[in-house]
Design a protein around this ligand. Sequence first.
Ligand code: SF4
Length: 489
Amino acid sequence: MSGHQCEKKLWFDIYKSKKSEVNNILLRAYLFENEVKKIYSKDQNVLDLPSKEEEWIKSKEKTEQAINSKDINVIFEGVFIFFDTYIRPDILIRKNKGWELLEIKSSGELKNYYITDLAIQSYILKKLGINLTNIKLIHVNNNFIFKTERDYRDLPLEIDVTNQVVEKEKEIPSLIKKLLPLTKESPCPNIKIGDHCNEPHECDYIDRCKPKSNIISYEMLPGRIKGTKIEKHCKANGIKKLEDVPADLLNENQKKIQKCHKENIILLDREILSYEFKDLSWPIYFMDFETVQQVVPKIKGTKPFTQLPFQWSVHKWSSLDEKIKINDANWFLEFLDQNIERKFAESLLNELGDKGTIFIHSPYEKTILKNLKKKDSCKDLENKINKLEPRILDSEKIVKKGFYNPIMKCKYKLKVINKVIPISDISYEKKDNIVSGNDAQLAWFICTDPKTDEKEIENQKKLLIDYCSKDTLAVYYLIRYLMEKTKNN
Ligand code: SF4
């Protein structure tokens, strides 16, 4: 499947593989697979093979025995090899005249590349003489609502994709023929970066393939550039540098960015910023949320893929002269409390009181609040949540209007802006730290895993509190800096 996306990607996987880190996407997939396997193994005689690749010879023998014996009727992760092509079907179920092949995908919909994945498996299985009665995809039921502890029977949904897979099988011999030589001491394919690098997944090797250049390309402009008049004009005229794009193709924000790069200047538009800050009311709050996207929901009333808020951090700033520090943050943090959404909303409302401007960075927190007030557990809080709305200001929008430093390279993420705010002492360094929303989600999964010990949970909690407080403090530094600069005008 890697080679199907890009031959060079497969070459890297074979010869210079990156150690894949555990991430929340892999964990979500693992949790979903686990639940599916529990459902499909109920009252069956199952062969469940270890996923460790080093045990594949033993696993292959066990698979052969299971296929030939009548004792086993469900095989998880069987090992099959033909044409030097190694496959591990997620589930095989014995039927009267053969086997049903099922692939588990922790996604809420059918994607085209799943068919290719299944076609490789069905092609190899058929070549080994295994009769496939049906081919199915098991994916996540988006409408599943978690009601009672440990009842996930309606979480997986099956779709019969036999016809599509059989059609796709015709392409598999040539795919295998094309990719096999890569496994035999071949040079790295000469493939340039392109649209395929993000389809169906963002490739792990983008850093290796990206041309090393200091050029600020028009492609780096914020927002969607693909398919726009900017891209069409630049491609037709061989333009790469942002500086060379005709200004009349750019919107106001893009024009500002281009000017800063062309003239190597920092933009700090005092007039615009003063206008943005004119209605601020004290105390000023800086607010940030962390959420988790579950596939196997664990909180009553929640569905797969909805964003479950589990942490907030708030810094309160009472006057211009006050200097606030990271430990001044107040926070909420829960993992599996069945009333987590209610407690999250109630404690937040309590923290924010009924007056003062609230800063966020990105519209995300507003979306979460909007979703929360629709929840049964929070419906009576709707009015109070609505009253927060007019108090909230988005610092990202303000920066886009009135501030830009060429070091930001067209990016407005808080961590990028933080680097160009001279008064900030915040560092988002990776080593053993939580440095992104994805890391925070991973921490939630670690803390809710029954195998995690108390010591590790305490460690993850500390890292989460530190991370979320850094974000709110970074917004404070940004706003304080811009206010000071504006005041000095
Ligand atoms: S970054 Fe793109 S070109 Fe490079 S290996 Fe990945 S998919 Fe292939």
